[in-house]
Design a protein around this ligand. Structure first.
Ligand code: SF4
Ligand SMILES: [Zn+2]
Length: 302
């Protein structure tokens, strides 16, 4: 299965699986939960190896054990897809996990480089390692390197490293958003897009929709495209109580039914109407080629 319900990508590609929790955003890691499922279903790559499981239940939650695996059979998958596709790289891991050998990460980057018809997005909570890696080798032009952060502390730690990653495109994923974030000195030349969203899943923590609004406004001030992906399972809403199906003041559903809060019809009216504004979406082939050349020129100047 490679198609995805993630709004900002067409397909997932997992040449590496497994991870280690690193910050509060990892508490309800969806990938660890999925890995437990794949393990139960007997999916190749997710079985115990030498008695070590890829993920296990600790304190009632699925958690990655730190067993990170390179899945050789999955490596060539993008070559089999002729249609230009936006791939989410390693939805079940972190491409710059500390225990991965550089050689394996480079194999993944080489496949990306050799399939220029596709676009790739790799999100990491370890942008420091991505930045260090980018100083050693050229990153493919069709790769967007994204850092994930969930609150002000992780944003402060990771954003400078993301900025230091020598990639043609960089983005920020602020999901699961666990607190308000001041974007500080972020500029439109640092990132091509900010994605934000509340947490989903059975133990989701609340997300205040004013945090999502604030990010939208901060991005607008800076001229950075913003994509509000979902309100999460437990959106917090500060309008006076309303009767009826939706809030009289902002239009948000009185009871949000979508488990991820991803149904825009249930959102406050001022947050609706987004879709992922990747720079390459909606370009025809000539414009696309021109855009590629232009951004390569910009990267050379940096
Ligand atoms: S870094 Fe990502 S994949 Fe790894 S444990 Fe945290 S949330 Fe899960
Ligand atoms: Zn309201």
């Amino acid at each position: 299965m490679t198609t995805t319900k993630i709004e900002w990508a067409d397909s997932v590609w997992n040449p590496i699986v497994g991870c280690t929790p690193i910050s509060p955003g990892c508490l309800n890691c969806y990938a660890a939960r999925q890995s437990m499922r794949m393990h139960r279903m007997g999916t190749r790559g997710y079985e115990p190896r030498d008695g070590v499981r890829i993920a296990e239940v600790r304190f009632g939650r699925p958690v990655f054990t730190g067993d990170v695996r390179f899945i050789e059979q999955a490596l060539k998958l993008p070559f089999t897809r002729r249609k230009p596709t936006t791939w989410f790289v390693n939805s079940m891991s972190d491409l710059w996990h500390e225990s991965l050998q550089r050689a394996h990460i480079n194999e993944v980057l080489n496949v990306i480089m050799d399939t220029p018809r596709h676009h790739y997005i790799a999100l990491t909570k370890r942008p420091r390692r991505a930045a260090e890696h980018s100083a050693e080798r050229e990153f493919p032009a069709n790769l967007c390197v994204g850092a994930s952060a969930e609150d002000q502390r992780t944003y402060r730690q990771r954003m400078p490293w993301l900025r230091g990653a020598q990639a043609r495109l960089r983005c920020l994923s602020l999901e699961p958003l666990l607190g308000p974030i001041d974007l500080l000195d972020l500029t439109a030349s640092d990132v091509c897009m900010v994605i934000a969203g509340g947490e989903s899943g059975p133990d989701a923590r609340p997300c205040d929709i004013n945090w999502l609004r604030s990010l939208r406004d901060q991005c607008a001030e800076r001229g950075i495209p913003y994509f509000c992906k979902q309100l999460g399972r437990r959106p917090v809403h500060d309008c006076p109580p309303s009767t009826g199906l939706s809030c009289l003041r902002c239009g948000m559903a009185t009871r949000v039914r979508d488990p991820k809060g991803a149904n825009q019809a249930e959102w406050p009216t001022d947050l609706r109407g987004h879709r992922p504004p990747w720079p390459w979406v909606d370009m025809d082939e000539t414009d696309h080629q021109e855009w590629l050349r232009e951004s390569e020129r910009k990267m050379d100047q940096d």
